[in-house]
Write a protein that binds this ligand. Sequence first.
Ligand SMILES: Cc1ncc(COP(=O)(O)O)c(C=O)c1O
Length: 483
Amino acid sequence: MYSDNPGEYTVPPDPSPADPADEAQRARAEQEAQQAWDAEIDALLASGALDGTAAQFAQPRGADLLRRTEPLEAWRATRGEHGVWQYSRALDGAPHPIASIQDEAGASARGINFASQDYLSLASHPAVAEAAARALREAGPHSAGSAVLLGNTRTSLALEQAVGALVQTEHVALFPTGWGAAFGALTALVQPADHIVIDQFAHASLRQGASAATANVAINRHLDVGHVRELLAAIRARDSEHAILVVTEGLFSMDSDSPNLAALQDTCHEFGAALLVDVAHDLGALGPGGAGCIGMQGMLGKIDLVMGAFSKSFASNGGFVATASRAVKRHLQLFAGPHMFSNALSPVQSAVILECVNLIRSDEGAGLRADLMRNVGALRQLLHAEGLQCMGIPSAIVPVLIGSEKVSRLTGKLLFKQSVFVNQVEFPGVPIGASRLRLQLMANHNVQQVKRASLVIGNAVRRARVALEAGEARQLKMKGGSG
Ligand SMILES: Cc1ncc(COP(=O)(O)O)c(C=O)c1O
C-alpha cells in the first residue's frame, strides 16, 4: 500500500465488489463483522479502558514513593491491552509524511503521518543534512560545557545573531531545549515577591516555570486582554513595588489561536508590566519571512521578551530568549538554570538550526510555507466537509475538537488501524472534556494524503461515536435486565 519513497502514497484500492450472485453471503459477512465489532466495543467498555483520566493519578498519596505510582501503570496496561493507549509510540526512521510507527505493545503500522513536528520538512532537507555532517566532521558530536563554560561555538554565536535578525530583537540567549528557555526565563527573571499573569492554556513549561518562580500567579482567561487588564489593575492597586510578567504564546499549541499582541503589549506597559511571548509553534512556519505571529501582527522588535523552541520548524532540539536588553541577556546567562547549568546546544544542533534559519528567511522558505499552508487550507476545508470542527486559525497545527475522551480514544485506535497517525490529546495536554485530535502538517505532505486522511478521520469519528452510543445503550440494557 505504501511505497518506500517517503513522499509517495497510493490510495488503497476499494475492496473488490461482491459477486452479485452471492448477496446473502455478503450480508452474512457484514452481520458477522458487525457482531465482532459490537463484541469488541462491549469488551472495551467493560474493561474500563475508556474510563478515567490521568488527573486521578497525578498526585499519588502514601508513604511509599515508588509503589504508589502503580495504579497509573495498571490503568495504562488496561488501555494498552485494548489499543487505546496513545502515548510513547516510536517512529522508525525520519519524521516524513509517510512514516512507520510502532506502539508500546509492539504493533507496527506504516501510514500517513500527522503526528510529527517538522512543519517545513526541513529535517529532510539536503542542505540541513549537509550542515549537520559538516559540523560533525569539524567539531564532533558533543557540546563540551554549558554555554557560559566553553559550550559556545563559532556556530552558536552566529546562531544568536541569526535568531536576533529573524525576530528583530538584538540580544539572544540560547538554551538546550525550548522547555529550558521557558522555564529558565521565568525562574531567572521573576522573583518570589513578583507577579505573573499567564494565559490559562499556556504551555506546561511556562506554567511550571511560573509556579517555580513565585506563588503570585494569576491566570487569565484564554486570549482575553480585558481580563489581563483587570488582573494587572488589581495587582497594581495593592502592589506598586514589585515586577509583573505577563506570559502568552504567539500561537497556542493545542488551540492554534493567537492573542492580540499589540493590545497585550500596550496593556502591559500601561501597568508597568513586561510581556513574554512564546513563539515555539509559529516562528519559521508562519508570517512574512517566517517571522511568525509577531511578524503577522506587525509587532517585530516591539515585544519585551520573545521566547521560542527550535523543535517544530528548525529540525533540532533547542530554544532561545530574545530581548532588546543586553543586561537581561546577561542575567539569563548567569541565573537561568538551563542556560548556566546544562550543556549547550551541540555543534551539530547549532549548525542545523542556523541552516534552517537561513532557509526560512530565503525564497525557498517562503515556498515551503506556501506548501504548508496549501495543505493546511485543504485539510481544514475537507475536515469541515466531514462535519468536524477545526479549532483556531490556519497554521501547521490543526486541532479537531472531539470533547469526550472515550470518543477520542476510540477514534485514535481506529485511525492507527487505518494507518493515519494523529496525536490524540487529552488531560494533561488539554482540560478534561476538551479532548481533541491534533494534526500537525508539513510542507512535504501532498494533497492526496490530505484527502485520504480527511475521509478516514471523518469516518473514524462517526464510527466511534455511533459504536459508543450503541455500546453504552447495550450496557444500560444489560444492567437494567440483571437488576
Ligand atoms: C508552546 C511551547 N513552548 C515550549 C515548548 C518546549 O519546547 P521543546 O519541546 O523544544 O523543549 C513546547 C514544546 O512542546 C511548546 O509547545
